[in-house]
Design a protein around this ligand. Sequence first.
Ligand code: NDP
Length: 282
Amino acid sequence: MNLIDGKAISAKCKNETAEEIKAIVAKGMRAPCLAVILVGEDPASQVYVRNKKRACESVGITSLEYLLDENETEEKLLELIDFLNKDDNVDGILVQMPVPKQIDPDRVIEAISPDKDVDAFHAYNVGKLFTGAPRFQPCTPAGVMRLLSESGVEISGKNCVVVGRSNIVGKPMGALLLAENGTVTICHSRTNNLPEVTRTADILVAACGRPNMITADMVKDGAVLIDVGINRVGDKLVGDIDFEACKEKASFITPVPGGVGPMTIAILMQNTLTSYKMRFGL
Ligand code: NDP
């Protein structure tokens, strides 16, 4: 079994972004800029926003933080997004999800300019991804792809099974694996006989948000196991894959924490740089 070290790979990825930004700034150009909006005071969201700010600082991206009241109206949020869309000094706009119930998340996502949509959630960028010409990489799935490539895992021709079909993880994960010529199956809560399907996987990506749901009997010998799940159980974070039970069967496996988690922010930094480069034609 080989453990995939997400911390080390994300550090490498951020370092590449930082080097590129350093070279750009050395030419006298401004640094890339990411605007992050948080509505309300959800503690988990506050941690995510703080981590994004720290990552920006570490790679040389200017970060702008907009903290809106829990009761802020959708109209006010859309006005702020419009203002940031028009600001030439802002390259990326991110609204931390989930938003409070008076705000429609779909309207928020569609309001962000596709040119500044560094989460790659806008329908235009999703369409670009599915037609094979992505501009921004969907952060978590692209992080998984980087973990696979850094580990030397061949995807072409392999049976890839993704458990979960959300717009932010499962579906774009399937699209990226397909683009690398994997034979992709996407499973969900209505899938019949899930263990039978997961046992066909050469590469299994678990993104179902169910602690330790993937057990050893659901895994083929020698499979590559990627665990996207982050679940709080008591005071511990656990993944969707039963790590202890599955690790001896796997050829490669990601831990939780320290696997996929750190990659998401690293790709967000990369996307902000991509947006900046598109803006300046670099
Ligand atoms: P969602 O809740 O949006 O989606 C979960 C998916 O899993 C759904 O498609 C659901 O099916 C499917 N599912 C749920 N239960 C089962 C089951 N028993 N059998 C088969 N499929 C099932 O979650 P997300 O995609 O947003 O996140 C998934 C996990 O990844 C979570 O633990 C989340 O915390 C984590 N995550 C981690 C990130 C990171 O940076 N590492 C980033 C984003 C998420 P159906 O559609 O039928 O309901």
